[in-house]
Unconditional design. Structure first.
Length: 190
């Protein structure tokens, strides 16, 4: 595990060599990257906070779990007391990992250089897996063929979606007049 300290990263072994004030600074930064006073993060319902990002957490437990092996007891006790005086129960901080938009990164999807490479890598991985299977049962062979077909279809769909999104992004705004008119028909004005 590494930690932020004065605009650089240090490992746990380095943390144990710091003085008490510096250890407190590192632990405090680590703590506030992950936890916050629920008054700042949580809705309040029927007389209590609703910990939508996780919690309630005890500052002492969280700090001891992370730092007991590498920080002095004095540094830990001082920071735990400071944090408990500020707030007894803590909420987790919203993590980017929890947001739905992270499941599909549009910027990555729109990078045209990656589309074919991803397709090629996925199909190469499938080929490697298929060569290593030793299946003799006809039902399992049929199942493997269905799974292979599904995987290939998914890979191709992802590839085509990426190419389509990239093309649409590069086109800019599309006007009604940009769409073709079927042969022998006139454009109907909007």
């Amino acid at each position: 595990m590494s930690y932020s300290f004065k605009d650089k990263r240090i490992i746990a072994d380095e943390l144990s060599t710091l003085d008490k004030e510096d250890q407190i600074e590192v632990m405090k930064e680590w703590f506030f990257e992950r936890y916050d006073d629920p008054v700042n993060r949580c809705p309040y319902d029927e007389g209590e906070y609703v910990y939508i990002f996780g919690g309630p957490y005890d500052a002492g437990e969280e700090l001891e779990n992370e730092f007991a092996a590498v920080c002095s007891d004095e540094a830990l006790d001082e920071l735990i007391e400071e944090l408990r005086n500020k707030c007894w129960e803590w909420s987790a901080v919203e993590s980017p990992d929890w947001r739905d938009d992270d499941y599909y990164d549009v910027e990555i999807a729109l990078n045209t250089k990656d589309h074919f490479v991803k397709l090629h890598d996925s199909l190469a991985h499938l080929e490697e897996l298929s060569q290593n299977l030793q299946i003799n049962d006809p039902e399992q062979i049929k199942f493997q063929q269905m799974m292979t077909y599904s995987f290939c279809a998914s890979c191709l769909e992802a590839y085509l979606l990426g190419i389509t999104m990239t093309g649409a992004r590069n086109l800019g705004p599309v006007e009604y007049r940009d769409f073709p008119v079927p042969c022998g028909q006139e454009r109907i004005s909007k």
